[in-house]
Write a protein that binds this ligand. Structure first.
Ligand SMILES: Cc1ncc(COP(=O)(O)O)c(C=O)c1O
Length: 436
């Protein structure tokens, strides 16, 4: 019997050898069969369409329960209709095109990018990448501390080895952390790297020179192996210093080395403050109509179909309203300004704190900042977190034994100095010192 994935795998191998070399056994196997979604897509528009198991009025329109459809009065009839029907597995066409335009609004036209594939939030996009390109034999290189859920997605679910280097050295950003990790692997072994800027938990985006160093170090690392660089752009655009670029590193890495393939994971969760919507996207650095983009789309569709069925149509329709709206840039900018104000308030409060108690790490973007506990106090972040909960009515996250994360995105500007004061007080109490 012929392998149904053979042609698709060949298309990837011909156009993108490093991507092909990095496919996991699962990634190699998956390809959308000519099943119900494909046959239903071919029948779209036919007068009699008996293909898909969707309950309709017999003419292709949904039969929404009035108590539900009445909650969406702002949608025009056709949008409301689409909100209640299945989304195509790859996402609603208009949604994909409009998100691509949004992604590319300041990008040179010659840089290729695929039509983004819809995912159920960014977590799902990362998980699809993990399925396609990782297993027990694969290393994932990243800077530490990192967003904890990467551990579940890549190591727990897929068995990948998480290899890390410190994101900060002596209190300064370490632009070449990921490349340092990669240099420890045998030459020729395919690897996956994750870059996340603005970062969680660091709230850091590289300054121009650091950005250049980061990109150059990845290009150099690609000289040694097929290298996929996942650009986790969850906090895209949330940058508060004028000199720092708001553009994704994805664009900087396209075409820089034949062995290097950037992959973009982004979405509306933070960029559009649409946390409950679960609309994310997965984008590859290839032209939309290219054979390799189509081959990857087939693989992703098989994974989506076999896990979540299809993405959420209702929230795609809500996000579409925003993207069609002429003033969306200003709406997003308004949120960025609120966060920029919180950023400045926290920065100022942390600048004034007692370094014997708290050592803030540099931050300039995103939603978070990190504070390190001085080694000599002998305290763990978990102890401080528990003490803040029990005695200071304050919740933070202990992201490592010595780092506490402050989510300034969810604290009022006026309350941020008090939050820092409570942190100082808590550490002083635990260390038997007097607070300033
Ligand atoms: C760095 C990073 N990537 C991805 C995600 C996941 O986003 P989503 O909620 O859309 O799954 C988060 C969420 O906190 C995040 O911080």
């Amino acid at each position: 019997m012929t392998d149904p994935a053979a042609n698709i795998n060949r298309a990837i191998e011909e156009a993108a050898p490093p991507l092909s070399a990095a496919l996991s056994p699962l990634g190699r196997r998956v390809v959308l069969p000519f099943g119900i979604p494909s046959q239903a897509a071919e029948a779209r528009g036919k007068t009699l369409n008996g293909t898909i198991g969707q309950i309709t009025d017999g003419r292709g329109d949904p039969l929404p329960l009035p108590s539900m459809s009445e909650t969406l009065p702002g949608l025009v009839a056709d949008d409301r209709r689409r909100a209640f029907l299945y989304s195509p597995v790859q996402g609603i066409d208009e949604m994909r095109r409009m998100w691509r335009e949004w992604q590319r609004r300041q990008v040179p036209p010659e840089l290729p990018s695929s039509l983004p594939l819809l995912t159920v939030g960014l977590t799902h996009g990362l998980s699809l990448v993990a399925d396609l390109f990782t297993d027990e034999t694969r290393a994932v290189a990243l800077a530490e501390p990192f967003w904890g859920n990467y551990g579940q997605t890549f190591a727990v679910r897929r068995g990948a080895r998480m290899l890390t280097a410190p994101a900060y050295v002596e209190g300064r950003y370490n632009a070449t952390a990921v490349a340092q990790v990669l240099s420890s692997l045998p030459a020729g072994e395919p690897a996956l790297a994750i870059v996340n800027a603005p970062s969680n938990p660091g709230g850091y985006s590289p300054w121009p020179e650091e950005r250049q160093a980061l990109c150059e170090s990845l290009v150099e690392a690609a000289g040694q192996r097929p290298l996929l660089v996942v650009c986790d752009d969850a906090y895209a655009g949330l940058v508060y210093e004028d000199e720092i670029s708001r553009a994704s590193l994805f664009w900087d890495l396209i075409g820089r080395h034949e062995n290097l393939v950037p992959i973009k994971v982004d979405g509306s969760t933070k960029e559009f403050c649409f946390f409950g919507g679960r609309v994310g996207f997965l984008t590859f650095p290839f032209a939309p109509d290219s054979a390799v983009a189509q081959a990857l789309e087939s693989k992703v569709k098989c994974l989506v179909r076999s896990t979540v069925g299809s993405p959420v149509a209702t929230s795609q329709m809500i996000l579409l309203q925003a993207l069609r709206h002429g003033g969306i840039d200003q709406e997003v900018e308004r949120v960025r300004r609120v966060l920029a104000e919180r950023y400045r308030a926290l920065k100022q409060a942390l600048e004034g704190c007692d370094r014997r108690l708290l050592q803030p790490l540099p931050f300039n973007s995103g939603a978070f900042s990190l504070v390190e506990l001085p080694e000599e106090l002998g305290l763990t972040a978990e102890q401080v977190r528990q003490h803040l909960l029990a005695h200071h009515d304050t919740g933070l996250v202990a992201v490592s034994p010595k780092h506490l994360r402050i989510a300034f995105c969810s604290v009022d500007t006026a309350a941020l100095p008090e939050l820092v004061r409570r942190m100082e007080q808590a550490v002083a109490e635990l260390a038997g010192r007097t607070a300033p």
